[in-house]
Write a protein that binds this ligand. Sequence first.
Ligand code: SF4
Length: 461
Amino acid sequence: MNLRSPGAVLLISCYELGHQPLGVAMPMGFLQRAGFQPSVMDIAVEDFDEEKVRVASLIAIAVPMHTAMRLGVRVAERIGELNPTCQICFYGLYASLNSEYLLEHGANWCIGGEYEKPLVALVEAIDSDSKVEVAGVIQHGQPALPVLEKLSFAVPQRDGLPSLDQYAELEHNGNTRTAGYVEASRGCLHLCTHCPIPPVYGGRFFILPAEVVLEDIRRQVKAGATHITFGDPDFLNGPKHSLRVVRAMHEEFPDLTFDFTAKVEHLLTRGEDLPEFAKAGCLFIISAVESLSDRVLTILDKCHTKQEVIDAFHTVRDAGIALRPTWVTFTPWTTRDDFLEMLDFIESQGLIDHVDPVQYSIRLLIPPGSWLADHKETLPYRGLLDEAAFSYRWTHPDPEMDQLQKGVARVVEQGAESEEDPGVTFFKVKELAIGRGLVNVTCSLSPDRPRAPRLTESWFC
Ligand code: SF4
């Protein structure tokens, strides 16, 4: 089967948190280097192009996150209707975690872990009509472990993708600016039980060569980016590497600003580097705080305490950077008091504008393969696997907490639809949590207050 003609291979991204999809740009770089000419489609921002699907012989769908999985399965169904002989490969973090389901629902192949090398090898095998026996490629009756090895990285290729101005922007000081997205590392050193990365990476991470990252930044700056998001699961897993990349980036583009994600523990242990990050243009840091409850933090194996969260917040703020905490707000172990404590913390630390309202309604996902799925603390509350939702159902021992979650989700959704001031949404959520009605909710924040820097697409999985 000839896969070398233009468009014979099609790479599809479904959702990447509002960023121009690196999950397509990176394999595009690898495949072009190997002599293929894939076409690309990002259904998050462009129409589903039936013609591209009809001419393709192999379509690879990126599933780096839960939302992308749900959309990707629908895309595979549509491909099956439009081009039934086309082969379908799912790749990315969620592809290996859900390979059984995917292989039963339209996929011929699934690749997780460091997926680019196996993907190129798969395309080469199909192109040369060879039997597919490729390390890391899962197929019917042939399970395979994800490839976890340092790859020879190609520079991501973004030609053919929608322009950067169609994606999430930086919002800062009342202005919006074009944002780019890169990764300087993948995988993670840590083993948080609720995270989809440890079951695939097992505590390993891989850095990308600084020159590859810098060239990707250079190209995105040329395409209009004035802010860069480092999307590494944890930018401080390799602190020396991150500093090297940031120093070189700042030297070349002194006005470029950036943000990154790092765990609480790293913000404390690498606190001395934060002023340099701030000087180099770091506007904000996302940190997966998840909870302030010791019990929840222990079950999630987050390796931080409430006091450390407070310390990290002060360390980051003292460095002149905004901290944007993210939360797993509702878990089977979260009590109403825990929820109220989180809201009090956000209010008292002046963090209302640092938290996207959707965070108040986040309900723990327990995907198959997750280390939480069979955790002794989960089992009493875990229900059946909702295959189509790629998550186990669970119920809270206190039914009022499940009601509260639904109520908060409604308030947050309505607030987002009506473009409500996030401060107003916060105080509505607080009223609900206290058990009062939503009549006469007052917001103590001025509508004209300066807001913390953020991306216009909320962070959630
Ligand atoms: S939640 Fe963050 S620190 Fe924990 S394993 Fe996942 S990426 Fe690593």
